[in-house]
Design a binder for this molecule. Sequence first.
Ligand SMILES: CC(C)(COP(=O)(O)OP(=O)(O)OC[C@H]1O[C@@H](n2cnc3c(N)ncnc32)[C@H](O)[C@@H]1OP(=O)(O)O)[C@@H](O)C(=O)NCCC(=O)NCCS
Length: 179
Amino acid sequence: MIQFPEKIQVPVINHLTNEKYFLIPAKALEITPERIAEVVAICQQPDIYNNLFKEEFSNAPYSPKHARYWLERAQQGWNEGTHYVFCIVTKDNRLAASCELEGNRVEGVEIGYWASIEHSGIMSNAVLAILKLAKEAGFRSFMASALHHNLQSKSVLARCGFVEEPMKRDDSYDYFSLS
Ligand SMILES: CC(C)(COP(=O)(O)OP(=O)(O)OC[C@H]1O[C@@H](n2cnc3c(N)ncnc32)[C@H](O)[C@@H]1OP(=O)(O)O)[C@@H](O)C(=O)NCCC(=O)NCCS
């Protein structure tokens, strides 16, 4: 049984700038036109769009509809306990990054994440903070995958203690686990 605290607001430091951010559950974000525009602007950044959405969207742009769906689905996940999206926001509540525990299986739950290029240096420390919260909530082991060329993502995983599973490698992805 997964049980996160009712209120989560964990300080996270950007390794490159030393700026303080806050890790919060996505259900704490109000869905406003400004928030939707912020998600669109981040998810259209080339690294994020090309790695995460280009293939699935058949090259169509990441739109406000996608952002609204993502925010609503994130809230639903927390309300129903099916998956857990975290956001990392600046001191003045601007969205910087996001990381999702993509299910509620205690063993081998998959994680995925993105971080705005404007806030580079935040992701590894944010993932470390999320893994700590997740273990306290009842998760025991984690999985992740990264495209072969995605060295930045693989560095995040290595810094957070994930190890590669060479036997699972396929044409596109490398796979990683953490127990
Ligand atoms: C992958 C991604 C999330 C990385 O975000 P980020 O905030 O730049 O990541 P990091 O936390 O690693 O910070 C960047 C740099 O800060 C340094 N750094 C950050 N935290 C650190 C720590 N705890 N200790 C030492 N160095 C650290 C590193 O030098 C790192 O760069 P390097 O890996 O090239 O050496 C981001 O590039 C992204 O969103 N990419 C597109 C989407 C994507 O690929 N998602 C993953 C899908 S599998």
